[in-house]
Design a protein around this ligand. Sequence first.
Ligand code: GLC
Ligand code: CA
Length: 513
Amino acid sequence: MPKWLDNAVFYEIYPQSFLDTNADGIGDFQGIISKLDYIRELGFNALWMNPCFLSPFGDAGYDVADYYTVAPRYGTNEDLKRLFAEAHKRGIHVLLDLVPGHTSVEHKWFRESMKPEKNAYSDRYIWTDSVWETPENMGCLRGISQRDGSCALNFFSCQPALNYGYYNRTRPWQQSPEDDGPRATLEAMMDVMRFWLSMGCDGFRVDMAMSLVKNDPDSLGTIALWQKVRTFLDREFPEAALISEWGEPEKSLKGGFHMDFLLHFGPSHYNDLFRCQEPYFSDRGLGDASAFVEKYLESRKKAGKDGLICIPSGNHDMHRLARFVEGDEKKLAFTFLLTMPGAPFVYYGDEIGMGYVEGLTSVEGGYERTGARSPMQWDSSVNAGFSAAPTEKLYIAQDPSPDRPTVRAQVGDPDSLMNQVRHLIALRQAHPALQNRSGITFVSNGAPKQPLAYERETEGEKLLVAINPYREEAAFSYREALGDALYAFGGTATQSGETVMLPPVSAGIYRIG
Ligand code: GLC
Ligand code: CA
């Protein structure tokens, strides 16, 4: 287990939208490099960048055409290498996005695989053995070449599924994960990992990690596959970290992932907190965090002590947090995000409360996700300081609202969301009890109008985090005496006997013992 994950706090960058330094309207590596100081200043010590490889961008780069070459619009492989080095100089680890489940139709493996003559790539993708037969429960491509078969899709129609075999096999063309084709696919993917890790990357966020072995109802085949990857990493790159887009830590962590995300899909009740009609972090007090808490504790127990369950502020696939959680509610949401176990992940722009831009026409396969991918808002100059290109050339339009938040406006305001994020990360780094692997015990589970309160503990230190999003005072019972407040927003708690009262819309962190 890489030691650096003990206190890693991640920032997610969607490279297209971070900073454009050559005025073509699209963000680039040089832009990211020039903002590393900003990222470090906020306290982040790790980055995840969305795919930045050669691609026709039918799905924002999740349709890779060459795993070994970065997209020229972002820079060169040398620039990426420099980005790793510049990040490392500042104590920042960098994860790339690995897309192992599918490629672009333009990938040379797929071009070869389409040929009717048997070749080294014929089994790289999942093909039926007749164009008249389609794979069950999956989309497919067919009639696109002279190969007599249909090729399974993993996501959009531009993303044919790589072949890692079938766990349960019912048709002759379904291969076992141990057959030559699927084994070669996995070898090829490990080779891609080796290439970037050797260049200085520190690990991967793995796209659709649960999707690799097909007809795998309990994910046993996919878990076994990832265990092989973990063995390879432990042997060759023991400091490399792996986080899965899976959303079921009880499975992914068994597969050897160091971390898994809770996501807007899956059984975690993550959406109850920030993304539903009545989110828990709303001052109306109608939201309910209790199902989340119950599921979270169950996952923690099943996942074991070593794996990290990571709760993101958002990502490039979800509506922005600020769409449902407003004003000071955002500060409470961040108090929660930055005091929970697991490595926190903050999506670029969430630290200033960037909004979800309604009504944008889809860009690069974003569809309704496009509104959460608008360019970063740095200052009040043209294009919010994102780009010197003519506004109509921006890759995705910016948030048009006149009061859109910017970094520049928040830097100097001690009460800004951004400064609060900085402050909370600093507290986390100063107090081991708040860090990624320390324990958690809930003392109030966030039922409607009830606070969310939990102890965080490690050897020699115990803290209580208590949050009341509700617009009225709220109480919970607690036996131990509250000590100093390390942090208080919206007033401090009062205690009488075994009852703790929290002011309306408030959050605090207290010493215990
Ligand atoms: C993941 C990515 C998403 C992409 C999809 C297909 O869910 O996060 O952006 O469209 O996989 O690769
Ligand atoms: Ca650019």
